[in-house]
Design a protein. Structure first.
Length: 226
């Protein structure tokens, strides 16, 4: 019993010490540190070929990461892709000081929230995390436009559509009410006449988009870019 009590006390001490460290607390709260290798790859690329300030920064989860030819899709713009697949909103917030602020972008185009909801987050949680991302970016870039791409409806996550729709509505209302925030509605264009995700826009996993899906995104996003 004494040994068990001693072990329990040790665990409590370790947890208390961890929570007093902002970095450790962030790890416990978000798990964002799992993306450290991805972020280091971005930093290595930046060191080898430093991006000029003023690019349009695309950031977020796999829908951004998989958009390998995003720069070619906007040939008259200077575009930088810093998506890392599987990430959630909090992950971009966590690393904003390293993969957002240093670029001094002319605009941030942000897609995340899809994985959050798949992980069981509510619409309110997704909205709160979006607001936290905006607040974090504003510390370094107070007037840089942030364009949020609505959470896309996909065939593999059709059961989550009600939560996605609610989260999109909350974010849209917030963006409309605040300066330098934009909401880009791709979601409604990715639904068929019966309100179901358009299967022809997706690859075999029914989650990630094919060229047709990205063509739809390109046409919808282009008018918003500076």
């Amino acid at each position: 019993m004494k040994l068990a009590a001693a072990r329990f006390a040790t665990i409590l001490v370790v947890l208390c010490l961890a929570l007093t460290s902002p970095f450790a607390a962030a790890q416990l709260q978000t798990g964002s540190a799992i993306w450290e290798k991805d972020i280091q790859k971005f930093e290595a690329a930046d060191e080898a070929n430093p991006p000029k300030p003023g690019a349009i920064l695309f950031i977020g989860s796999s829908s951004i990461e998989h958009w390998k030819d995003v720069a070619n899709d906007f040939p008259n713009k200077r575009v930088l892709n810093r998506g890392f697949g599987g990430s959630r909103i909090v992950d971009s917030t966590y690393y904003a000081g390293r993969i957002v602020a240093p670029y001094k972008p002319s605009m941030i185009v942000f897609y995340a929230g899809d994985n959050d909801i798949a992980d069981g987050h509510t619409a309110q949680q997704v909205f709160d995390d979006y607001v936290a991302f905006v607040a974090r970016v504003r510390k370094d870039l107070p007037k840089t436009p942030i364009a949020y791409i609505s959470i896309k409806p996909s065939p593999s996550r059709v059961a989550l559509l009600p939560v996605m729709t609610e989260a999109n509505a909350k974010i849209r209302a917030y963006a409309v009410a605040h300066p330098h925030l934009l909401y880009i509605d791709v979601a409604s264009k990715m639904l068929d006449a019966s309100g179901q995700p358009r299967a022809e826009l997706f690859v075999e996993d029914r989650l990630h988009m094919n060229r047709a899906g990205y063509d739809l995104w390109r046409g919808t996003i282009a008018p918003f870019l500076p």
